[in-house]
Design a protein around this ligand. Structure first.
Ligand SMILES: [Zn+2]
Length: 88
């Protein structure tokens, strides 16, 4: 089980590192372990909605690496398409 140490706190600005540390500490004390539907690792976190990558609950790492960027890409693509349709 990996909750701490997946993040390189030293590489972050101190204020950001403090936010992550507090979040991870709280999760390690209160969350129920589950298997991430993306990477299949067991984590002790609250979990995140993995859509549109997968149906299910994913870990924080997969959420930050895959789910959020894909959501941003979809929003960007939709706004680009809307913009293209307006200029026609
Ligand atoms: Zn994961």
């Amino acid at each position: 089980m990996n909750t701490f140490n997946e993040y390189d706190y030293d590489a972050m600005p101190e204020q950001i590192a403090d936010i992550y540390k507090a979040k991870h500490k709280y999760e390690s004390e209160h969350a129920t372990p589950f298997d991430c539907c993306v990477c299949h690792k067991q984590v002790k976190q609250f979990g995140n909605n993995a859509l549109p990558i997968k149906q299910g609950k994913c870990c924080n790492r997969c959420n930050e690496m895959f789910v959020i960027p894909v959501r941003a890409m979809i929003i960007r693509t939709k706004s680009d398409i809307a913009e293209m349709n307006q200029t026609k």
